[in-house]
Design a protein around this ligand. Structure first.
Ligand code: IMP
Length: 200
């Protein structure tokens, strides 16, 4: 079976990605078997740019097919922030609590349509030589609520309300998020390419 490496160290994101591709006849893994994998710096100013950096640097280093994923939350009323800085919005990478507090502060004076937000997930598939085979993007639209609701998901999920359900990603069951999230919509597009290129 051909190995496909999910080039991320975010355990919660990995769990979602594994669930989205887990049924394919592939040796699907995260970076755990590769303790010496290079730490890819996210220096691009777009999601797709950062996902491409991850896939192109990791694939030849691991000599394996790699999916690089980069994602985040965009609030148009804040000029697209937190955007590519979503993981380190409040300063420390991965401090969800501080990031959510900052988002609530920045949006305190905003009402109605100005509270609209969307998640973006970009995924890039590179072959073992580091050649990009596919680049996809998925989005999921919602509204930022005024206080945390629910404890599910990760990142900004307790603040991200999905209007169709009237619940945040922190409240909705994980399988609902897995069906309609930005990551699901990106991986839906990647799946046929993975099947064609790798399963044959
Ligand atoms: P990355 O690991 O550099 O792609 O950063 C992703 C960051 O965007 C995370 O740390 C979260 O803050 C945010 N994010 C991306 N996807 C999600 C999601 O599905 N739920 C909540 N936050 C997300």
């Amino acid at each position: 079976m051909i190995r496909l490496v999910l080039g991320s160290r975010n355990k919660k994101k990995l769990k979602e990605m594994l669930a989205l591709l887990g049924d394919l006849p592939l040796d699907l893994t995260d970076l755990t078997p590769y303790p010496d994998a290079p730490e890819v710096e996210e220096t691009a100013d777009t999601f797709i740019g950062n996902a491409t950096l991850k896939a192109r640097q990791l694939a030849p280093a691991l000599n394996a097919w790699v999916i690089g994923e980069d994602s985040g939350l965009c609030v148009p009323a804040l000029g697209g922030a937190p955007g590519v800085y979503s993981a380190r919005y409040a300063g420390t990478h991965g401090d969800d609590q501080a990031n959510n507090d900052k988002l609530l502060r920045e949006m305190a004076a905003l009402t109605g349509d100005a509270r609209a937000a969307y998640y973006v997930s970009t995924a890039v598939l590179a072959d073992p030589a580091g050649t990009v085979v596919a680049s996809v993007e998925g989005r999921c639209h919602g509204v930022i609520v005024g206080a945390r609701r629910g404890t599910g998901g990760f990142g900004y999920d307790p603040l991200f309300l999905v209007p169709e359900y009237g619940q945040t990603f922190g409240e909705l069951p994980p399988d609902v998020k897995r069906q309609m999230s930005h990551r699901a919509r990106a991986f839906e597009q990647l799946r046929p390419v993975v099947e064609r290129e790798m399963v044959g």
